[in-house]
Write a protein of this length. Structure first.
Length: 352
């Protein structure tokens, strides 16, 4: 066999480039398929997130010797009651205080127009047209999802489908391992099962931890804003809770809105106190809550989180921003399992 005209390092680089191109192409095809069939993919993803969040409750009910179907039904009934009540509280708070928050933002923009010049004027225009911008963005984002069907009907259909999928995922979760093994080649069954378990554990930990942290952050910030007598404190707390599911970016935006509202209605001193409350809660979250609550989940660098959020927003808008981080956590869980499985030298092999 004639020797290769290329040196060994170049051949290795070419092989890795070929692998990178194949992986990128497969990922691009997967994203294209998800976007094309988004009306079916979105409820499945939401159901997986809901299953990850509700799995502990279902397992506890099954441990109490309840039938798996009955336990799944009770879990879904509980989540409908809790999520429906929470959604009602959040939406009612935002509706009741929405006008007040917008007026306060416009007042803050006018106060900042002098020092900031054109930037302050742009902020005033943005606050004045906030509802129009949100409505236009929402209609644009929803127009391509289901043509010919109203947004309300589409959301209800997706929610009902996701709820039914949560029921079946919870009830049949014990069969998932067997299904995966039947689809995977016999020699890779153990590896596929380990990767699936690691990915689901990462998503489960992220959902539980993020929900608990969001509740604590919203409670502390709402209490602080109420003590400072900032208008719309409950609505701002609800905004903080919703924004917590978009790491870093959501906290920044909701915190900025709270500080601007405090500045417009209560002055610079109260705005600084509100900023202090927000920073104190963020320090508590970063140094106590995150390590304590999410210590067993996949830890991702903030730069990776921001890139995932940006990619999710470019693919699916706001929904993509919400789904990007748990999907990235699952991907990092799979990579961690692959590295654990293949990263150690075989027994008796000399270390590299």
């Amino acid at each position: 066999m004639p020797p290769s005209p290329l040196p060994e390092p170049v051949r290795r680089l070419a092989a890795w480039c070929a692998v990178a191109l194949l992986v990128t192409g497969a990922a691009a095809v997967a994203v294209w398929l998800c976007v094309t069939f988004r009306t079916a993919v979105v409820p499945v993803l939401l159901a997986l997130l809901g299953t990850a969040l509700l799995g502990p409750l279902h397992r506890r009910l099954v441990a109490m010797r309840l039938n798996r179907s009955l336990a799944a039904g009770l879990t879904c009934t509980a989540v409908v009651a809790v999520c429906g009540g929470a959604a009602y509280v959040v939406v009612a708070a935002l509706i009741d205080t929405g006008d007040q928050i917008v007026v306060s933002l416009r007042r803050a923009a006018r106060d900042l127009a002098g020092p900031l010049g054109a930037a302050g004027t742009s902020l005033d225009d943005l606050a004045a047209n906030a509802r129009g911008l949100l409505g236009r963005f929402g209609s644009t984002a929803a127009s391509g999802v289901l043509s010919g069907i109203s947004v309300v009907g589409e959301v209800i259909a997706m929610a009902v489908l996701a709820l039914f999928l949560v029921f079946f995922f919870l009830r049949d979760s014990g069969r998932a391992v067997g299904a995966l093994r039947s689809l995977a080649p016999a020699s890779t069954g153990d590896m596929v099962e380990a990767m699936a378990r690691r990915a689901f554990e990462a998503v489960e930990g992220f959902m539980r931890g993020t929900t608990l942290i969001a509740l604590i952050d919203a409670a502390f910030i709402t209490a602080g804003l109420l003590v400072l007598r900032v208008p719309g404190a409950v609505g701002l707390g609800a905004l903080v809770f919703v924004g917590a599911y978009v790491p870093y970016l959501g906290a920044f935006l909701s915190g900025a809105v709270a500080v601007l509202v405090a500045f417009a209605d209560r002055g610079l001193a109260i705005a600084l106190w509100a900023l202090g409350v927000l920073l104190a809660v963020q320090v508590l979250e970063g140094n106590v809550l995150q390590p304590l609550i999410q210590s067993r989940t996949v830890q991702m660098h903030p730069a990776v989180v921001m890139i995932a959020i940006t990619a999710g927003a470019s693919v699916a808008g706001i929904l993509g921003m919400l789904l990007a981080v748990p999907l990235a956590a699952a991907a990092f869980g799979v990579l961690g399992e692959v590295r654990r499985h293949y990263g150690h030298p075989a027994a008796g092999a000399p270390p590299s």
